[in-house]
Write a protein of this length. Structure first.
Ligand SMILES: Nc1ncnc2c1ncn2[C@@H]1O[C@H](COP(=O)(O)OP(=O)(O)OP(=O)(O)O)[C@@H](O)[C@H]1O
Ligand SMILES: [Mg+2]
Length: 259
């Protein structure tokens, strides 16, 4: 089981959209996948068409050692843990505890043999909730919107990952994903070039597949459908399919190297 987080403390960069597209994509490629909404905003939960107890959502139960979280099945091969505003209390519940960053990691251990991938959507901050995501992950993917001020956020994230390695030694930034891209703008390329340099500096990379700007991404969550079901055949879906294939290819290449 490999745990992958979509992380960027900057808001509105398509973490949630990408978490959904990656998880549906993996499941439809035959991988047993658990998608976890670990953001108190609960945007992914709404996007998946799930109604939950927002005050005491399943995601909050993940950090409670005495109960187990309800898991929903979204489609064959894809399970889901919903979130809502009540997850915010985790920041207070865990604040005074020793090992407060390790609760999510511990909860996910239970699923070791059940899933090939756990995909976690995180919130735009660096709170205890986010630290739990960073501690639980083997790898993170950093979606970023290539624009003038996105660089600062990327630098801060790289520094945070380095610090987290004190408690999660093998955490690695698997890659940076360009989202909401407008290829016609010169600033887009400038920003991507900058992130490429930063990525190389931390043994990571920027994915070759870029996700373009498209209203499909904005409209699909409103009706609780994945982008694949909402507009199959659209350019946005083609972008996400290419990204999922690039992701799976990395895995194959890594396996070949091991052999
Ligand atoms: N490729 C895209 N083109 C146009 N709009 C997009 C695209 N991807 C996502 N969006 C829209 O942009 C907004 C932010 O996306 P999303 O919620 O995925 O970002 P986020 O990083 O999860 O935000 P937050 O930090 O608040 O959790 C949403 O309204 C979403 O529908
Ligand atoms: Mg989000």
């Amino acid at each position: 089981m490999r745990v992958i987080g979509l992380v960027n403390q900057k808001g509105g960069v398509a973490k949630t959209t990408t978490a959904s597209a990656l998880a549906y994509g993996l499941a439809r490629n035959g991988k047993r996948t658990l998608l976890v909404d670990f953001d108190p905003q609960g945007n992914l939960t709404v996007a998946c068409g799930i109604v939950t107890n927002e005050g005491n959502p399943p995601a909050l139960k993940l950090i409670d050692l005495k109960t187990s979280a309800e898991i929903e099945n979204l489609e064959p091969g894809l399970d889901f843990v919903a979130s809502g505003i009540g997850l915010e209390t985790a920041n207070m519940i865990l604040a005074g505890k020793p090992c407060r960053e390790l609760y999510l990691k511990r909860a996910l251990k239970k699923f070791e043999n059940e899933y090939d991938y756990v995909v976690i959507d995180s919130n735009p901050s660096l709170s205890i909730i986010t630290l739990n995501v960073l501690s639980a992950c083997d790898e993170i993917i950093v979606p970023f919107k290539p624009e003038f001020n996105s660089e600062k956020g990327v630098n801060l994230l790289i520094e945070t990952v380095e610090e987290i390695r004190q408690i999660n030694e093998n955490l690695r930034i698997r890659g940076f994903l360009v989202t909401m891209a407008d290829r016609r703008r010169r600033s887009t390329n400038e920003s991507v070039e900058y992130v490429k340099e930063q990525a190389q500096g931390c043994q990571s990379k920027v994915y070759t597949s870029w996700i373009r700007q498209s209203v499909v991404a904005a409209d699909a969550p409103k009706i609780g459908k994945s982008v694949y079901d909402y507009r199959p055949g659209s350019p946005l879906v083609a972008d996400y399919e290419a990204f999922v294939q690039e992701f799976l290819k990395e895995e194959e290449d890594a396996d070949t190297r091991k052999k």
